[in-house]
Design a protein around this ligand. Structure first.
Ligand SMILES: *[C@@H]1O[C@H](CO)[C@@H](O)[C@H](O)[C@H]1NC(C)=O
Ligand SMILES: *[C@@H]1O[C@H](CO)[C@@H](O)[C@H](O)[C@H]1NC(C)=O
Ligand SMILES: *[C@@H]1O[C@H](CO)[C@@H](O)[C@H](O)[C@H]1NC(C)=O
Ligand SMILES: *[C@@H]1O[C@H](CO)[C@@H](O)[C@H](O)[C@H]1NC(C)=O
Ligand SMILES: *[C@@H]1O[C@H](CO)[C@@H](O)[C@H](O)[C@H]1NC(C)=O
Ligand SMILES: *[C@@H]1O[C@H](CO)[C@@H](O)[C@H](O)[C@H]1NC(C)=O
Ligand SMILES: *[C@@H]1O[C@H](CO)[C@@H](O)[C@H](O)[C@H]1NC(C)=O
Ligand SMILES: *[C@@H]1O[C@H](CO)[C@@H](O)[C@H](O)[C@H]1NC(C)=O
Length: 472
């Protein structure tokens, strides 16, 4: 099983700590929300890549705060809730489905195709399931960080679905009843940062020219490479079952995406017919399609990922240390130098954005590193890996960046990804590796690259930089 392999891998990264401390306390008592109750086999749901729903991950490291420590500040980075396909995706989906409904069905397992409809999607917008995911997230965090919730601050990237996600988060966080209403009637986040091209936005990067203007996206190349490996046998089978459809290899990922999309279309999670026409192995291959796409296009495999999100790392450092934000990179000096738009006196922060941005942020925070994911391997040779998109940035994904302190005033940092504690073993992290904690100064020192904005962001994001040197 993929999840078992993941935990095995993660635990090998953990540095040894004072084991006796762990054994003397409960590890898992904090409230965590669990995600949808699913009726189909979980294997499929865990292999839907970016179209998987948030599910609270089991943690191989102790989740509870170690005795003697309290969380005194937290930043939640949240992906928006589940949405309909984007406008460009819906166009492609419509064309692919038209091929399917036009075909001659030669296998009863595909009888559903005649009745299959794309009605009910509103391109780019949240679905009711997505709205509820965000509401539930707000409820859960208000409970989990009860004493911090009173002094909260919310920010959002500007796209409708992200702002609306923040609004439903706030609805849940502030103890209101779940109520789907016109978003003009919902409470707005404290700050909305523009996602227009060229704007300085730490949560959703829009101003790295070398990345923005590149003619080749390595994520697209990775998708194409992997599609050429895994799709042909599936394409052939589908063209046999749906005779005359004349599907191409590119149609395969589109049809598989409908499993994830149909499930989140309405308020209750309900898997649709496309989920059952592919095998477990094929679902693994589908997940890997997302993994190589995001790895090379947006995260560890992409040399621009860390510079693009170093501005966000600098904002996090500012919140954790109370020092002013080191400006430059993607920061907006107008926003980050005043206490209204970037306060430092709150205990609970929530920043809402997109999966692509969170994939980059992961690399910028130097967590969840994975070896290069090959795209030319045979389908039965997919390497064990932990950069698994459905586990990192599913719909309503969330990272929690906690600051913990004890009576002596020692401060530590801990990061949870969808409720699983992320191992951190930077130099000088200290004795709490078993709880995934790193001493604050050591953690900040480990991020020093991000504070060196001029020799990093400016140089890399300028168009002529030789990026191969940054892949280490
Ligand atoms: C549907 O089938 C007809 C007749 O075979 C063909 O002319 C048409 O191009 C097909 N449409 C699509 C969307 O495949
Ligand atoms: C298609 O829809 C019709 C009318 O609603 C229904 O009678 C039929 O059972 C459906 N067929 C399938 C395969 O779902
Ligand atoms: C929501 O309210 C605004 C302002 O009253 C209105 O313009 C808009 O049409 C409404 N949207 C829907 C979907 O009803
Ligand atoms: C910075 O933020 C201010 C305030 O929101 C905005 O008016 C300005 O356009 C932003 N500048 C950039 C470069 O993003
Ligand atoms: C795509 O495949 C080509 C040819 O095998 C290879 O050179 C390239 O590195 C691959 N790119 C990615 C991102 O996997
Ligand atoms: C099938 O699709 C290919 C590529 O899109 C096209 O060249 C070919 O004419 C199509 N064949 C039929 C029978 O529609
Ligand atoms: C936006 O970012 C660029 C590049 O780092 C910087 O030169 C510019 O001063 C920034 N603008 C604001 C308003 O912070
Ligand atoms: C880029 O840097 C790498 C590593 O230092 C070097 O091997 C390569 O020749 C450089 N390419 C260019 C075009 O300068």
């Amino acid at each position: 099983m993929k999840t078992v392999a993941l935990f095995a891998l993660l635990s090998t990264l953990v540095t040894a700590g004072p084991i006796e401390s762990r054994s003397t306390q409960s590890c898992d008592t904090a409230p965590y929300s669990s995600g949808p109750k699913v009726s189909t086999s979980e294997h499929t749901i865990l292999s839907l890549g970016a179209y998987a729903p948030f599910i609270s991950r089991q943690s191989s490291l102790c989740r509870d705060t170690p005795k003697g420590f309290t969380v005194d500040q937290v930043t939640i980075v949240s992906r928006h809730g589940a949405r309909s396909p984007t406008a460009s995706a819906l166009k492609k989906i419509t064309a692919t489905i038209a091929k399917a409904t036009n075909a001659t069905i030669t296998d009863d397992a595909f009888a559903f195709v005649k009745n299959y409809t794309l009605d009910g999607y509103t391109a780019d917008q949240l679905t009711d399931f997505g709205r509820r995911q965000m509401y539930d997230s707000g409820v859960t965090y208000a409970k989990r960080y009860k004493s911090l919730a009173k002094k909260s601050f919310t920010r959002s990237a500007s796209q409708d679905r992200v702002v609306e996600s923040s609004q439903y988060f706030i609805q849940g966080f502030s103890g209101q009843k779940f109520n789907i209403i016109n978003s003009t009637l919902l409470t707005l986040p404290d700050v909305i940062v523009s996602e227009d091209a060229g704007m300085n936005n730490t949560m959703a990067n829009m101003n790295c020219p070398a990345f923005d203007d590149a003619t080749v996206d390595p994520g697209d190349v990775a998708e194409d490479n992997w599609t050429a490996v895994f799709a042909p046998p599936i394409t052939a089978r589908l063209n046999e079952k749906l005779s005359g459809a004349n599907f191409t290899d590119a149609d395969v990922a589109i049809l598989m995406s409908m499993c994830g999309y149909d499930a989140i279309k309405n308020l209750d999670y309900a898997v649709g017919p496309w989920c059952s026409v592919f095998t477990d192995d094929e679902w693994d291959q589908n997940e890997y399609w997302f993994d190589v796409s995001k790895y090379w296009g947006r995260s560890w495999g992409n040399p621009y990922a860390r510079p693009r999100y170093s501005g966000y790392v600098n904002e996090v450092i500012s919140r954790l240390t109370g020092n002013p934000v080191v400006l430059g990179g993607s920061t907006n000096s107008t926003l980050d130098t005043n206490a209204v738009d970037f306060p430092l006196d709150r205990t609970f922060y929530m920043d809402a954005t997109h999966d692509n941005d969170m994939s980059g942020l992961l690399a910028a925070l130097r967590i969840g590193k994975d070896d290069p994911l090959p795209t030319g391997v045979a389908t039965d040779k997919i390497p064990r890996h932990h950069f698994t998109v459905s586990q990192i940035v599913p719909f309503a994904a969330r990272f929690a960046i906690e600051r913990l302190s004890n009576k002596a005033g020692d401060k530590y940092v801990r990061i949870l990804i969808n409720d699983a504690v992320s191992p951190m073993d930077f130099p000088g992290c200290g004795d709490y590796g078993w709880a995934g904690m790193c001493e604050l100064d050591a953690w900040v020192a480990a991020q020093s690259y991000s504070q060196d904005v001029n020799s990093y962001y400016d140089e890399v994001c300028s168009t002529n930089y030789n990026v191969t040197v940054l892949l280490e």
